[in-house]
Design a protein around this ligand. Structure first.
Ligand code: AMP
Length: 284
């Protein structure tokens, strides 16, 4: 696997890959890789002939009081995991390469970016959409693979690609991969490294309380009561709840009645760590 951090070299390496024939699947990440990321890499390998991954801790998607400086960085371990998984090329630019002096353009998807996480992290999704738009233009993949753990992010990226008629990845070739979880249900996340042993035990109560809420909804309990019970359970478990809401999975609009697209979305903080998760209400 080649690791590349300069744009002209990326272009040369991609040209060489393309000359060798075949299609390219792209997996963007912020590194500190775990099994969730590796599931995306495996899906990418199923989707195309060559896999290109990126590691870029994107400063513009972190708020001023967020964890940019503390975000885990494990480049050597990440490189060997990606190489072992058969990734052809790792794109790992630094911030100066991504945002050269004078950089000013921003991509915003307002309708999907102002609710849920967007309401608690102003500017976050503009940072995500802008960097992913740049990454798509830099790599020009046939397919791009993202995790459903960050469901709102996936919705924002799909809308951006559609609204801007992005040609690469090809229309409709933004693939979502189901959330990979620990045995106790906690969604894998690079940020789980922040949890101390006590907080790690608490953290598992987030997906467990969400699964109980989904079961209650399926058994016909009214939504408002279920959401109230869920919030109470999370507060009792020591969480500060940013939101716990039912939304349409496609539009992210509030879901007054349950449909097959309805999902439960939660963001809650344990200690200094913010956890997010989402689950389908019907059909698992
Ligand atoms: P990140 O490095 O956290 O920016 O995540 C990079 C990609 O991995 C995004 O598409 C995430 O949605 C995805 N991802 C992160 N955690 C998981 C997980 N537990 N299961 C599936 N995909 C994940």
């Amino acid at each position: 696997m080649q690791t590349i951090s300069r744009l002209p070299l990326l272009r040369t390496a991609l040209d060489a890959l393309r000359r060798a024939g075949g299609t390219i699947a792209f997996v963007p990440t912020m590194g500190a890789l775990h099994e969730g990321h590796m599931a995306l890499v495996r899906e990418a390998a199923r989707q195309a002939d060559h896999v290109v991954a990126s590691i870029f801790v994107n400063p513009t998607q972190f708020g001023p009081n967020e964890d940019l400086a503390a975000y885990p960085r494990r480049m050597a371990a990440d490189q060997s995991a990606l190489a072992q998984a058969g990734v052809a090329l790792l794109w790992a630019p630094d911030a100066a390469e991504m945002y050269p002096s004078g950089f000013t353009t921003e991509v915003r998807v307002p309708s999907l970016s102002t609710m849920l996480c967007g309401a608690h992290r102003p500017g976050h999704f503009a940072g995500v959409a802008t960097v992913v738009c740049k990454l798509f233009n830099q790599v020009r993949p046939d397919v791009a693979v993202f995790g459903e753990k960050d469901w709102q992010q996936l919705a924002v990226i799909r809308r951006m690609a559609r609204d801007l008629d992005l040609a690469a990845p090809a229309p409709g070739r933004i693939v979502g991969v189901p959330t990979v979880r620990e045995a106790d249900g906690l969604a894998l996340s690079s940020r789980n490294a922040y949890l101390d042993p006590q907080e790690r035990l608490q953290a598992a109560q987030l997906p467990q309380a969400m699964a109980a809420a989904v079961a209650a909804l399926r058994s016909g309990e009214p939504e408002s009561r279920v959401l109230g019970t869920l919030r109470d359970a999370l507060v009792a478990a020591g969480f500060a709840v940013d939101y716990a809401e039912l939304r349409d999975g496609d539009t992210l609009e509030t879901a007054p009645v349950l449909t097959p697209a309805t999902r439960l979305f939660v963001a809650a903080r344990v200690g200094r760590t913010r956890l997010i998760d989402n689950m389908a209400v019907e059909g698992g």
